[in-house]
Design a protein around this ligand. Structure first.
Ligand SMILES: NC(=O)c1ccc[n+]([C@@H]2O[C@H](COP(=O)([O-])OP(=O)(O)OC[C@H]3O[C@@H](n4cnc5c(N)ncnc54)[C@H](O)[C@@H]3O)[C@@H](O)[C@H]2O)c1
Length: 401
């Protein structure tokens, strides 16, 4: 069976490699550089091993392409393209639209079309299906389903096989075929009664994280003002064996999901006349953490950062990935520079970012730790400046802090 996966990024490539064990996979992407590297067996995604990719290529079960016609004979098409926010922070479905155009114009036979991209309830029914039909010359009567992706890049304990997967089709046939597809490489499939439930569940999962992160970020500020340790207090609360889940404070949230998905839920809520005040405020609290962190650093350093050299340690949005999308480091650096600090950053996993290179882990007046990759030497971080502000809580107990 031929499966075309539209988008070969974090989600699409991960799915390609799992699906490649049982299907012939075409990885379609618009980015020629990514496609060329993939066809050489070079993975650009943490958690997807190049050797696994090479094995699939050698056995003829995977190839990547920028050629739209390569998907023509696919029996299953999975959409895994970005769903960001527009400049005015509204859902931006332009990548979905362009994926629908590729599918509509190129598929030659009736196929099952599954959306894995995160979007608001109603996307597969009211947006993707009509868009594909608009671009198709003839009505092939495609089947449509949703199975939101839950991959957590860089995570080793949960993957496509052991992470329960939600799914629902627009028709019984689509639901059944979606189950057949995923059951080959996923152990735990959870059917829900409609695509809208699956779409909403995905948004709610990430909204739950966003709101709880905002709550703990607000609590970190309260704890500091009370002169108590936020970490000790959270550990104490976490001894309760039920009704509590521990989240940890940070300089803000990043990545393509937590800062973005709740806004999709808020937008659809407001369209239906329900003000999503809680979700909106959580987003603001997380965004405000960057200036709170910089204020704290400034207060501890005589009230001014003018001319001080500040090293930001870790600019990826989370440990052990090179992903800098929506990273809190962006705002922290902006605030530091607006106060006259001379800012450099260290992150050898990211390497190059915004035209700047990762700097040495030494010689600064001030170090602010935002993300700690496993590969980073904790003692070197502590030794990189006479004053170190750790937003991760992971340097506790390291000698010299
Ligand atoms: N990254 C995650 O951890 C994660 C987890 C769960 C869900 N998601 C969701 O999955 C979707 C994809 O996210 P991602 O992180 O994989 O994005 P990504 O940026 O890593 O990859 C997307 C890929 O799609 C390609 N692309 C864009 N438009 C295209 C088109 N019209 N045709 C073909 N290729 C196209 C891009 O070149 C890119 O390589 C988003 O909706 C995201 O919210 C992401």
């Amino acid at each position: 069976m031929r499966v075309a996966i539209i988008g070969q990024g974090y989600v699409g490539l991960t799915i390609s490699v799992f699906a490649g064990k049982n299907y012939e996979v075409i990885g379609f992407d618009r980015n020629q550089r990514i496609v060329d590297n993939l066809n050489r067996g070079q993975s650009h995604i943490e958690g997807v091993e190049s050797k696994d990719l090479l094995q699939l290529i050698d056995s003829g079960r995977y190839f990547a392409s920028t050629d739209e016609s390569s998907i023509a004979d696919a029996e299953i098409v999975v959409i895994a393209v970005p769903t960001p926010l527009s400049a005015d922070r509204k859902p931006d479905l332009s990548y979905i639209e362009s994926a629908c155009e590729v599918i509509g114009k190129n598929l030659k036979h009736r196929a099952l079309i599954i959306n894995e991209s995160t979007s608001f309830p109603g996307t597969i029914r009211n947006y993707i299906k009509p868009a594909i039909e608009k671009y198709s010359k003839v009505d092939l009567g495609h089947m449509y389903a949703i199975s939101p992706e839950r991959v957590d890049p860089g995570r080793l304990d949960f993957n496509q096989k052991n992470t329960p997967r939600l799914y629902a089709g627009l028709t019984l046939e689509a639901t059944q075929k979606t189950q057949d597809f995923y059951s080959k490489f996923c152990d735990n499939l959870v059917e829900v009664s409609s695509p809208e439930v699956a779409e909403a569940a995905k948004l709610f999962e990430n909204t739950f994280r966003q709101v709880n992160i905002a709550l703990v970020n607000e609590f970190a500020q309260i704890a500091h003002s009370l002169g108590i340790s936020v970490y000790e207090t959270l550990d104490a609360a976490n001894t309760k064996p039920y009704g509590f889940m521990k989240f940890t404070p940070s300089a803000g949230v990043g990545g393509h999901c937590i800062p973005v998905d709740p806004t999709y839920l808020a937008a659809v809520a407001e369209e239906h006349g329900v003000p999503a005040t809680f979700i909106r405020r959580a987003n603001e609290v997380n965004l405000e953490m960057s200036s709170y962190v910089v204020n704290r650093i400034s207060q501890d350093n005589g009230g001014s950062l003018q001319g001080k050299s500040v090293l930001v340690v870790g600019v990826a949005y989370k440990p052990n990935v090179a992903d800098v999308r929506e990273t809190a480091a962006e705002l922290v650096i902006e605030h530091l520079r607006s106060r006259g600090a001379v800012v450099s950053w260290h992150d050898d996993v990211v390497g190059i970012w915004n035209g700047e290179k990762s700097a040495a882990l030494s010689g600064a007046d001030i170090a602010v730790v935002l993300t700690l990759h496993d590969s980073v030497n904790r003692s070197e971080v502590v030794g990189s400046a006479p004053y170190v502000f750790d937003t991760t809580g992971k340097l506790k107990g390291v000698k010299g802090l």
